[in-house]
Design a binder for this molecule. Structure first.
Ligand code: DOR
Ligand code: ZN
Length: 458
């Protein structure tokens, strides 16, 4: 008789970008996948998990979270962010570098990794930031394990100053040498700075004014300029949080020109229009802002056509005080931008699946496989290939529920415009390298189990 494997998850429909297998399951040994297929062909196991007829997909990868550690732990830390990730069905996250200190030196990157190793519930990577001050450190940051690099083109939370265009060109040359990808917070700084100053002078201070102070052209121009620079330098680039159809269409034109440009959008840009600023106020304030219905429709078209590669949250926790939740329609210039998203991203996307806006296969490609590919983690992450990490997200695509109370979420600070929204679909169980870390309401994994994902340099 063959020896029993560690774990079999059975009684599920297995969905990958290639299609779906009903009455299927997966078998795991030593944290890696040893078999995927119809239940009656799977080996005996020491432990079995009955998925209750739900859908099992390769673990969801969210390559854009602000986990705030080191330095801003009053907002969030690795433990709380990855607790929320586990509860939201996310098995891998990549943390953003606008912390304190910013992740601009190898020792800062190592500090961030060490903190994650000590307390994370799910696997993780970290981006390193490029500023005017650290161009020569790019190879060392790559060697220290950065998942990729980020440049802030427009000033935003964290006040990381944008480098000049010459410095960006040089950064692209240097990043190209590392084989890594360079992502951008793509807003033209002069445009947003101009309108913010003008609006303040004119006494425009409502939440919708914040949105209009960062117009679509600021995003589109930044994307087009970076595509032109990448065309010149041969760098691989990425556009974080594309918020508009105009921006997404610029990405599409770049791809047509043969530039290696990838892009993500976030659930909030697909779910809300700028009307949410009038309905929920500064709670929904974010940079880049949520756009009007025409821009949203064109963003959807770009997601459907493939010019938007990935879904990511831009999970950005702030305290109630910083978000001004007591007075959501107060002076917008006193409120901060960003909100949490790790526990609503799968429900949002599954609701779109339920509405027939995309298939389960298309969803899992954009929310697992593609981000893993973009950031060099595939097939270790983002696939169900035999021999790769046994990361699974099990979802109930039919579960109807409402986020009645944001404090039910697992982050340290839970302000989100998704409070009060209703969904069809939810993660039920999260498995990271063969260990169940979340199951039906309970985070059951250990803090510190999560580990850094070693990224390949292509
Ligand atoms: O709204 C935002 N919040 N946009 C960003 O670019 C940063 C983020 C944060 O760190 O809070
Ligand atoms: Zn962000």
């Amino acid at each position: 008789m063959t020896r029993a494997v560690d774990l079999v998850v059975s009684n599920c429909t297995v969905v990958t970008p290639a299609g779906r297998v009903p009455d299927a399951g997966v078998a795991v040994e030593d944290g890696t996948i040893v078999a995927v297929g119809q239940a009656d062909r799977l080996p005996e196991a020491d432990r079995t998990v009955d998925a209750g007829g739900n859908v099992l997909v390769p673990g969801i990868v969210d390559a854009h979270i602000h986990n705030r550690e080191p330095g801003l732990e009053y907002k969030e830390d690795w433990e709380s962010a990855t607790r929320a990730a586990a509860a939201g069905g996310v098995t891998t996250v990549v943390g953003m570098p606008n912390t304190d200190p910013v992740i601009d030196r190898p020792d800062h990157l190592e500090l961030k990794f060490d903190r994650g190793e000590a307390s994370a519930h799910v696997d993780f990577g970290t981006f390193a930031v490029i500023t005017s001050e650290n161009l020569e450190r790019i190879p060392a940051l790559e060697e220290a394990g950065a998942t990729g690099f980020k440049i802030f083109l427009g000033s935003t939370v964290g006040d990381v100053p944008p480098p000049g265009d010459g410095e960006i060109l040089e950064a692209m040359e240097r990043v190209r040498e590392t084989g890594k990808r360079l992502g951008f917070h793509e807003e033209n700084d002069e445009i947003i700075d101009h309108y913010e100053r003008t609006f303040k002078e004119q006494g425009k201070n409502e939440p919708i004014d914040h949105a209009h102070s960062r117009p679509v052209i600021a995003e589109r121009e930044a994307i087009e300029r970076m595509i032109t620079f990448a065309e010149e330098t041969g760098a691989k680039i990425h556009m974080y949080h594309v918020s508009s159809g105009s921006g997404a269409e610029a990405v599409a034109r770049g791809k047509e020109r043969g530039v290696d440009v990838t892009a993500e959008t976030c659930p909030h840009y697909l779910w809300f229009t700028e009307d949410v600023m009038r309905e929920k106020g500064n709670v929904a304030r974010i940079q880049p802002p949520i756009r009007d219905a025409d821009e949203q429709a064109r963003l959807w078209a770009a997601l459907e056509s493939g010019s938007i590669d990935c879904i990511a949250t831009d999970h950005a926790p702030h305290t109630d005080e910083e978000k001004k939740v007591d007075d959501p329609f107060g002076n917008t210039w006193d409120a901060i931008s960003g909100f949490v998203g790790l526990e609503t991203e799968i429900p949002v996307m599954l609701t779109f699946v339920d509405e027939g806006r995309l298939t389960l296969e298309e969803w899992v490609y954009r929310h697992s496989t593609r981000p893993a590919q973009v950031w060099g983690m595939y097939p270790q992450k983002g696939s169900l290939q035999v021999g790769t990490d046994a990361d699974f997200t099990i979802v109930d695509p039919d579960r109807e529920w409402t986020l009645e109370d944001r404090t039910d979420l697992h982050s340290k600070n839970c302000v989100t415009p998704f409070e009060g929204e209703s969904f069809v679909g939810k993660a039920t169980t999260t498995v990271v390298r063969g260990e169940v870390v979340y199951d039906e309401g309970d985070v059951v994994g250990e803090s510190g189990y999560g580990t850094r994902v070693d990224v390949e340099t292509a």
